[in-house]
Design a protein around this ligand. Sequence first.
Ligand code: C2E
Ligand code: SIN
Ligand code: SIN
Ligand code: FE
Ligand code: FE
Length: 412
Amino acid sequence: MLSEKGKMELITQISLDIDEVKDLDILLERILTHVRKFFNADAGSIYLKQGDELKFSYTQNDTLQKRLGPDRKLIYNTFFVPINNQSIAGYVAKNRQIVNIPDAYKMSGLEPYTFDSNFDNISDYRTCSILTVPMTNQRGDVLGVMQIINAQDDQGNIIPFSRSDESLINHFATSAALAVERAKMTRNIIMRMISMAELRDPKETGAHVNRVGSYSVELYEVWARKKGISSEEIERQRDTLRMAAMLHDVGKVAISDLILKKPARLSQDEFEIMKSHTYLGARLFRDAQSEFDELAAEVALSHHDKWDGTGYPGHMDPVSEKPLSGLADPDGRPLPKKGEDIPLFGRIVAVADVFDALCSRRSYKEPWDEERVLEEMRVSAGRHFDPEIVDAFFSCFDVLKSISSRYPDDTD
Ligand code: C2E
Ligand code: SIN
Ligand code: SIN
Ligand code: FE
Ligand code: FE
């Protein structure tokens, strides 16, 4: 067990660590991991306030994760909880009060809230101790609720959370709330950059952008784990990959509405113009100031290159629109990029983007059914796509589907 001093030091370090994360999903995951480790809690969840409800946004559970095996992800459904006294999380958010329950199945019955045993029943889990804390910012607004479940002693026995745990978790919840606020702001700025720049293409919605971002991170994680890349490195890359993937089509801002919104197939000339969205997007990040700028440029430029060399724009310098030196064909056009010439994140976003396009309605096509989409992904391995990324796609298809249901088109 850590001393009080050791605990405070760890908290400070965790706060710094959280400060560095700019992406909300990744932030929530990291916060929860830290907090659970700190309190030796088997499980935990974070609810974020959305409108006048709480959205069940993130969850971890070591016991269920062990049953599933290390390479699989817990699948969870997003659901909403009203902010009122009926549920534990609702009560905590409404009254801005910590609730510390020693055993969920031995409550006095006098509490205004009740424990919902639905999750336990479905997953064959036994919730015992629960510590639930409001996440409030400095103004006192509730941004969400953090809940940790089943504290364990050093022998792994489930024990109640202590009094001192209550004040300690408060500290976490506050710093998490601030970080969530900041992360939301960054995400909002990116979303505004995408919408203000008038990506008027009706299909380039916030939902599409979010799905492509999340799919890409998932594909990368699965691919990288198979490659034996360290979890620190994976963690480090996820943040920037997600945002870079979200901006893959930002170059479409420069494409005329006539082409962008055409409710029919494009002519060859129109498609030639459409292709420019790759290098026009890359050009926005040309004065690469950060690793993120560099990645975002790479993704914008190369997400339509194909593994077999039949994609575009190939080895082109986005600024001069000329082939990179020594990489022109006899007609002076850029030689195609193929295989690992194409940057990894370009290869990943290609899979994520096409998968999403095939599953979605377009002004000129209906969504494909799942079987047809999967067949297309399968036959595209080694042609359009890097076969290893397609392998990753099939390994995590269930997770991709749950991502898709979290970002439906109509609630955009
Ligand atoms: P997008 O609609 O987001 O599609 C992204 C990529 O998904 C496409 O890249 C293509 O590789 C794949 N894809 C989308 N729909 C289909 C499909 O029905 N069948 C197959 N096999 N693949 C599909 P691509 O072709 O380079 O197109 C880039 C962008 O150009 C598209 O992004 C879209 O904005 C525009 N575009 C392409 N063709 C048309 C068209 O016929 N009409 C209109 N209005 N826009 C088009
Ligand atoms: C987006 O956020 O991707 C576009 C939002 C919009 O223009 O409606
Ligand atoms: C295609 O079918 O290859 C064209 C892509 C599209 O329809 O967007
Ligand atoms: Fe594109
Ligand atoms: Fe796209």
